[in-house]
Design a binder for this molecule. Structure first.
Ligand code: ZN
Length: 476
């Protein structure tokens, strides 16, 4: 019997229960978008068994938690990140550059990373994410210097107890071949494909409640060959794993694709068989209406990363247009060197604000009666939960409903930042200064308890991380 199946069987035999009671409001994100006053959950073996008002739920369980004074929400889902970039936040030489120059400054620094650096930075990024409400994270690791591998990241995530979609990224098109990255950080395509297959076979779990999935993710049109894109898609489809890459992030990329391939970025991906409901793209800022229709028709998802797009001056993704067309949209904090944080609630807030700004700019010439309704807090939260689940191809997370994974967060509403906003706690969570969560559960297990991470000593981690970052930035 497979290890994971064995674990599940043991878990079922244990028949562990958890009862959440008396949340001021429990936001389900179910089909009716129910928001339940004095709400609660009954969890059995890591899955939601019952959800409703506290007086309708069982009164006994192995663990009972009274969350009066709190709002309970489905755990947030991060659809794009580069955990390792926590090591290079706010690097002076890369602070004020656009994407291509930012990358060229950072590639040589990243080339010095070791397996231990990947491990420490993963823990750091996940700790930040967990405290900001994230329970499922997708990461995109695309360079593997000095013997590092995706295994280093996976080991750290497993110790943290978080749900991970680990993207096996890759770069194969070095400068000498007309790509952007230096030759020192690219790998051979043969090695990339062999390692991708190894990782899928070793780790990928497609089942309901899966804690770990592998994704194949050549980095971008300007850092891999078309052939690697094609071969990665073929391998992903053989194993039914998802595909992910950066696309249409900047004008520079559009010019690069037109000059090198004779296609705009989206058409280039179509030419490589890189469209479908198993594909999601990060950013997709520079798209026209035909391309948005193509995303909808082919069911490609988008990871919207508003902070990074603003930080690098890339542009404003047309999120409302995507949603109107029916495209699946999730939120991504993007790498920690272009944000420079991993705060999911802050990212959802920024998505709400940026969509409002875009509508405002577009509507400058409209009369007041023609102005569209502004993007709501509830819509932004939907992207960060249900939207993310859809982008990652998951039907078992993103809402609190019977049979779904018990991934949820709770935030104490008696905080300074919420003072005066409690007539609508859900809106307060998005409109007010983003806070940290006080409780977080993944598959029914606490990863944050009374505002503290369960599996991480933050002081020790920050010290280790600081040393690693200083070593990377030290000039030879
Ligand atoms: Zn990215």
């Amino acid at each position: 019997m497979h290890n994971r199946q064995f674990e599940r069987l043991v878990y079922r035999m244990i028949n562990k229960t958890l009862l959440i009671q008396h949340a001021d409001v429990l936001v389900t994100m179910d089909g009716h978008r129910r928001e339940i006053r004095d709400g609660g959950l009954f969890v059995r073996n890591g899955f939601v068994d019952q959800v409703g008002s506290s007086d309708q739920l069982p009164q006994n369980a192995d663990e009972i938690l009274d969350l009066s004074g709190h709002i309970v929400l489905p755990g947030l889902i991060n659809t794009h990140h580069h955990f390792y970039q926590t090591l290079t936040r706010a690097v002076p030489a890369a602070q004020n550059s656009n994407l291509f120059n930012w990358l060229k400054t950072l590639y040589p620094i990243w080339a010095r990373m070791t397996p231990q650096d990947i491990y420490i930075s993963t823990k750091t990024a996940l700790a930040e994410l967990a405290l900001s409400g994230c329970t499922t994270a997708s990461d995109h690791l695309y360079l593997f210097p000095n013997g590092s591998s995706l295994d280093d990241e996976i080991a750290a995530a497993q110790e943290m107890g978080m749900r991970l979609h680990a993207s096996r990224g890759s770069m194969s098109l070095g400068e000498s071949q007309g790509g952007l990255p230096p030759d020192s950080v690219v790998d051979s395509e043969e090695f990339i494909l062999r390692d991708s297959q190894r990782l899928i076979e070793r780790y990928h779990d497609p089942e309901h409640g899966s804690m770990l999935q592998i994704v194949l993710a050549p980095c971008s049109p300007f850092s891999v060959s078309g052939e690697l894109m094609r071969q990665s898609a073929k391998l992903a489809r053989e194993y039914h794993v998802q595909l992910h890459t950066h696309l249409a992030e900047t004008q520079d990329e559009e010019v690069f694709c037109m000059e090198k391939f004779g296609y705009r970025p989206a058409a280039y991906m179509q030419s490589l068989d890189w469209v479908g409901d198993d594909v999601w793209f990060a950013h997709s800022v520079h798209v026209n209406s035909d391309e948005i229709d193509m995303y909808a028709r082919e069911k490609c998802g988008v990871a919207h990363c508003p902070n990074s797009n603003m930080r690098l001056g890339s542009g404003i993704a047309p999120i409302q247009d995507y949603l109107d067309a029916g495209v699946a949209i999730g939120i991504g904090v993007d790498g920690s060197a272009s944000n420079d944080s991993s705060h999911m609630l802050a990212e959802a807030r920024q998505a709400m604000l940026l969509a409002r700004l875009r509508a405002g700019l577009a509507g400058a010439s409209l009369s007041e009666s023609d102005l569209p309704e502004l993007f709501t807090a509830r819509r932004a939260l939907e992207l960060a939960t249900l939207g993310g689940a859809r982008v990652l191809g998951r039907e078992d997370i993103g809402s609190l409903e019977v049979g779904k994974c018990a991934d949820f967060i709770a935030i104490n509403l008696n905080k300074l930042g919420y003072a005066g906003a409690l007539h609508d706690p859900l809106a307060a969570v998005l409109f007010c200064q983003p806070q940290q969560v006080d409780w977080s559960f993944v598959q029914g297990e606490a990863i944050v308890r009374k505002s503290q991470l369960v599996h991480v000593n933050i002081e020790e981690l920050v010290t280790q991380h600081k040393q690693a970052a200083q070593r990377l930035l030290k000039k030879e």
